[in-house]
Design a protein around this ligand. Structure first.
Ligand SMILES: O=C(O)C1=C[C@@H](OP(=O)(O)O)[C@@H](O)[C@H](O)C1
Ligand SMILES: C=C(OP(=O)(O)O)C(=O)O
Length: 469
């Protein structure tokens, strides 16, 4: 399933004039993963539309099937319950709001022993959340992944899940490949997150579902709250207490019974950030992105862009499946450099690569702090973005967990006839960010491999072509 199995797909991005039109981005990746996982644990049939049909979510689907859930894709009428991941995968085009996925769950505590290693491809979210699920089931599972995922730290979930009683044999450094055994009954835990991570929080809560008593996660810095919202939506007994300093205490009553749901997954704000920034920095552009999730724990990028002077309007604001949603209209704008403090980081953590491109085109200097987590994503996003932008002539100062970027004031970046080669490093967000940067260079740039975009935004290049007319 991993894009590493396919041929590299180099592509050149050069100025192509204003971007105009209306686009709908694929479904939210975080909500899509959780829709499949929680539906697979409910008793009965759940129905999901708007699911992101990208490789990361398909890795979750394959793993949940391997542990007993029946997951039927929209065009998968003839699929057997244990059908391989290839069945119905529409990652390269078929995705759409009307495509209905049907999931028959096994019930909390009902996951089965997988017969083969669980291939997580490029997906950190699949790996860490599924480790949480396995931790409180009496099963042993091996997790494998691509070269990027195999470098990422798993100690952050191994530590709390070990306290709950699970046992682990990871590769050196707490990495994949990793074999773990869950335990029944697991021990309920009260855990203060040492790192602002929704994946760690969610792993513990998912482990808590099949654990007797109350599992508690203390979150000093708020991170995306889809797990909390969705666990409640599926009928779990979950409460959130917010202390005076903003610390959140999340308590989940274990041995939960989840009821099947009908879910309409909103568009991914992390994907929407690409056409939005593209429109803001490309002269003459006006782009409407419809149906974008606006959960406040995710919307940091839009707030920061507005504070930089971005002409963004939020229309048709509504609620879809318990999540705020809006259509965003972005028009070319003169952006001004800004200071982005560390506490904003969790609400725009995946958007920093494209944000750095916006900063590179702004007037004046942008400072961003509290970026240590960027170093442990699909690539070291701080180093790779700084290196690539510097090669495009951008003045910047990269520090351990911060960066300062001096913008061009709207002038196109260097580049030239595509000969500046950017390596995507198996990182979809690096590939997409430099693709947008390429539209605002003098002569263009080439990205060695665009295939990683299939993990979160399979229709990215088609969308750009549409917008460029
Ligand atoms: O919980 C999630 O769905 C995610 C949490 C974030 O990771 P961290 O928990 O590592 O910050 C984010 O970067 C990732 O794309 C999705
Ligand atoms: C960090 C990301 O995803 P994951 O951790 O699931 O690989 C991302 O999509 O930017």
């Amino acid at each position: 399933m991993s894009h590493t199995s396919s041929q590299p797909a180099p592509a050149t991005f050069a100025p192509s004039g204003p971007l105009t039109g209306t686009v709908r981005v694929p479904g939210d990746k975080s909500i899509s993963h959780r829709s499949l996982m929680l539906s697979a644990l409910a008793v009965g049939e759940s129905r999901v539309t708007g699911l992101l049909e990208g490789e990361d979510v398909m890795s979750t689907a394959a793993a949940m099937r391997a542990m007993g859930a029946v997951i039927i894709p929209p065009d998968g009428g003839g699929l057997s319950p244990d059908a391989g991941i290839g069945g119905g995968h529409a990652g390269q085009g078929g995705a759409g709001p009307d495509r209905l996925w049907t999931i028959h769950g096994v019930g909390v505590g009902g996951l089965l022993q997988p017969q083969t290693a669980l291939d997580m491809g490029n997906s950190g979210t699949s790996t860490r959340l599924l480790m949480g699920l396995v931790a409180s089931h009496a099963i042993t599972a091996t997790f494998i992944g691509d070269a990027s995922l195999s470098k990422r730290p798993m100690g952050r979930v191994i530590d709390p899940l070990s306290l709950m009683g699970a046992t682990f044999s990871p590769a050196p450094g707490g990495r994949l490949p990793l074999t773990m055994s869950g335990i029944v009954p697991a021990v309920p835990l009260s855990y203060r997150l040492p790192v602002a991570s929704a994946q760690v929080k969610s792993a513990i809560l998912l482990a808590g579902l099949n654990t007797p008593g109350i599992t508690e996660v203390i979150e000093p810095v708020p991170t995306r709250d889809h797990s909390e919202r969705m666990l409640r939506g599926f009928g779990a007994d979950l409460s959130v207490e917010v202390e005076a300093d903003g610390t959140r205490i999340i308590r989940l009553m274990g041995e939960a019974e989840l009821k099947p749901q009908t879910i309409d997954v909103p568009g991914d704000p992390s994907s929407a950030a690409f056409p939005v920034v593209a429109a803001l920095i490309t002269p003459g552009s006006e782009v409407r992105v419809t149906n974008v999730g606006m959960n406040p724990t995710r919307a940091g990028i839009f707030n920061v862009l507005v504070a930089m002077g971005a002409d963004l309007t939020f229309e048709n604001e509504r609620e879809v499946g318990g999540e705020p949603v809006a259509d965003i209209v972005a028009r070319h704008s003169v952006l001004t450099g800004i200071d982005v403090p560390p506490e904003v980081a969790p609400s725009m953590i995946d958007e920093y690569p494209i944000f750095f491109v916006a900063a590179a085109m702004a007037q004046g200097v942008t400072h961003a702090h509290g970026l240590d987590e960027l170093r442990v994503k699909e690539s070291d996003r701080l180093a790779i973005m700084a290196g690539g932008l510097a090669r495009l002539g951008v003045h910047l100062d990269e520090r351990e967990d911060a960066i300062s970027i001096t913008g061009s004031g709207g002038e196109p970046l260097a580049g030239g006839n595509g000969e500046v080669m950017i390596h995507a490093e198996l990182d979809h967000r690096i590939a997409m960010s430099f693709a947008i940067a390429g539209l605002n260079t003098r002569g263009g740039l080439t990205i060695d491999d665009m295939s990683p975009v299939a993990t979160s935004f399979p229709t990215f290049q088609a969308m750009l072509r549409d917008l460029a007319g």
